[in-house]
Design a protein around this ligand. Structure first.
Ligand code: M6R
Length: 611
């Protein structure tokens, strides 16, 4: 969701800033722009649409400059027009700003600046920033101080990059509630909203924290806080290779990331299982603290929330502690019933989702212990929560979350088992003992690899179903949680209407939708409820719906189902991780057959950093 890049070196800044920007395309955007100091002024070139449109605008003869900042915009305030694209400038044209986030008090700031004579040329919230900086530059005489004074006036969230003719060899960057990193290469520096954008140039990054205001030049990074006090922070060495962050021969990131699932889950479990025990090092919760918690609230958005639905069932079964899974945007405004006896578990791939961050802060304020399951190292959620468990799934670029979901499920199992060990919980898990569950969890990467073998069958099924316009996913218990995620995968990348229902609800309304052409995918992986699910599928068949059943190998399937997908068996709580493999592939191949832009679905962004 919006992306900033920049290069500060000696030459080639435009090409490098735009190459880096391409690596942020997965975040989603609808316009693009670049700014660079040239001949005593700041040149700004912008375009609607994608980065190649900006290349067209720049023409064949791109100036060779030492510094540039670039931006992809995902429209929030104002249409995706060229005038609203970033970077934005002040009245004098001497300052340009690229911004991610939302300036909530931009209305009054804009009125105030207009009264002072500033002229605005866009509808964006961002444009107040260059004008504020221009205003304070007259007062303070120093550009960095003018940036600080301006940011102190701003309510909301920001990652900003500022260039000016006053400072032609450098860039000033700052952040609050929106990610930004600085890549530390020899003799040059890069700025970016996300680490993959700088990986071709360096693996050493400085991750900005809220309140940082940093002056970046080719040879130095001067870190201060918003009051001007100098700060020090060690850089982070990134463990991923550039190949890991790129497509590696697959036609889409999503397909690559589905095929990485066995490795992602293996990495999530690595070093965290010892015989039949789960080991979560780094958590500073004592056995007494674990016993203190009397409620669990799992809070997340989208796919991460669906992982939380699995977590709810598992924790209640194993720990016998009341557990709720709540959508973060609902939690934060619900006056939530949490206190120091509550553990609030936040789940997020990016660790930057605005609603999840706000929920975490709300829970902290109410005295709860906040524990985060996060994929991106150093992200805001990882830094601010009381405790963090990394999913270690590697970079996930495709907008549709795939391997991160499976890694989240693996980590949720580790957490529940670890907690059960700490409090000697009775472990009533559908008759599955702790040693058995731990052993099966260790086998999960192999079971996922085996489910991936079914891809040719899934692709031919996708080709047959790609022209259908309504899909309903049914399941009970863990299968219902998995159905929710499977439906989200299909709708977000193929634009086909897809819904998930608890199978028992069919007769209470949704059955009216069934007619020839409607596809009903029944998940039947739970021994205790499979027979009930079959009855629901027969009711669909009787009304001429198309029935696809996902079942475990060796289990019989209901008479009359049209298509079958068989997956390896495992304990009930692990079945969502296995069932999602063919269902992610089905969504992928249907979307591909329909010619959809799979890695960047319309209207969606990888990281939702605004409400
Ligand atoms: O980074 P997060 O896990 O916090 O993101 C949450 C959702 O925005 C995300 O899972 C979204 O639903 C994905 N597009 C689903 O594929």
């Amino acid at each position: 969701m919006c992306g900033i890049t920049g290069f500060i070196g000696s030459d080639g800044a435009i090409q490098i800033a735009l190459e880096s920007l391409k690596r942020l395309e997965y975040r989603g955007y609808d316009s693009v722009g670049i700014a660079y100091p040239q001949n005593n002024h700041i040149a700004v070139v912008r375009a609607t649409g994608n980065i190649s449109r900006l290349h067209d605008r720049l023409g064949g003869d791109v100036p060779d400059v030492a510094v540039a900042i670039a931006h992809t915009r995902w429209a929030t305030h104002g249409q995706p027009t060229e005038a609203n694209a970033h970077p934005h400038q002040d009245c004098s044209g001497q300052i340009a700003v690229a911004h991610n986030g939302i300036i909530e008090n931009y209305g009054p700031l804009r009125d105030e600046l207009q009264r002072m004579g500033h002229r605005f040329s866009s509808e964006t919230d961002t444009e107040v920033l260059p004008h504020l900086i221009e205003h304070y530059l007259h007062e303070a005489g120093d550009l960095v101080e003018a940036v600080r004074l301006s940011l102190r006036r701003v309510e909301g969230s920001y990652a900003v990059a500022v260039i000016s003719t006053r400072y032609p060899g450098g860039v000033i960057v700052a952040r609050k509630d929106s990610p930004l990193v600085i890549g530390l290469a020899e003799g040059s520096k890069l700025i970016a909203s996300d680490i993959p954008a700088v990986l071709p140039y360096t693996k050493d990054v400085l991750i900005l924290e809220d309140g940082d205001v940093v002056v970046v030049t080719p040879g130095a990074v001067i870190l201060t806080d918003i009051s001007g006090k100098t700060a020090h922070r060690s850089p982070t060495r990134v463990g991923w290779s550039i190949e890991e962050a790129e497509k590696g021969g697959y036609s889409h990131y999503m397909l690559k990331e589905i095929h990485e699932e066995p490795v992602a889950v293996r990495n999530a479990l690595r070093g965290r299982i010892d015989n039949d025990r789960a080991i979560l090092e780094g958590l500073t919760i004592s056995p007494a603290d674990w016993r203190r918690f009397q409620r669990v609230e799992i809070v997340a958005c989208g796919t991460a929330y669906h992982a939380g639905l699995v977590g709810k069932r598992l924790m209640e079964q194993i720990l016998r502690i009341p557990t709720e899974a709540v959508i973060a945007s609902e939690f934060r405004y619900s006056d939530p019933l949490v206190d120091e006896k509550t553990l609030v578990l936040l789940i997020s791939q990016s660790g930057e989702t605005a609603d999840t961050l706000a929920a975490m802060r709300e829970a902290k304020q109410r005295g709860a212990y906040t524990l985060a399951i996060v994929n991106v190292m150093g992200s805001t959620l990882a830094r601010e929560a009381d405790g963090v468990i990394y999913t270690q799934a590697g970079p996930e670029i495709g907008v549709a979350s795939t391997k991160a979901y499976l890694a989240q499920l693996a980590v949720i199992h580790l957490l529940a088992i670890h907690w059960a060990q700490q409090i000697d919980a009775p472990f009533l898990n559908d008759g599955v003992s702790r040693p058995l569950l731990v052993n099966e969890l260790e086998r999960l990467p192999d079971l996922i690899a085996s489910a991936l073998q079914g891809e040719p069958h899934i692709k031919s099924l996708a080709d047959r179903l790609a022209d259908r316009s309504c899909f309903i996913y049914l399941g009970r218990g863990y299968d219902f949680a998995a159905a929710m995620e499977a439906a989200l995968k299909l709708k977000e990348i193929s634009y086909i209407h897809a819904e998930a229902y608890a199978a028992g609800e069919m007769k209470h309304g949704p059955l009216a939708l069934i007619e020839p052409g409607v596809v009903v995918i029944g998940l039947a992986t739970q021994p205790t409820t499979n027979l009930k699910l079959w009855s629901n599928l027969k009711e669909v068949k009787a009304r001429n719906g198309t029935v696809v059943v996902v079942h475990t190998e060796g289990e019989s399937v209901p008479d009359g189902s049209d298509y079958q997908i068989s997956i390896p068996p495992a304990p009930p709580s692990l079945m969502p991780a296995i069932a999602l493999v063919p269902l992610q592939l089905l969504a992928y191949h249907i979307a591909n057959a329909r010619g959809c832009p799979i890695d960047q679905p319309r209207n969606l962004a990888k990281s939702v950093t605004v409400e």
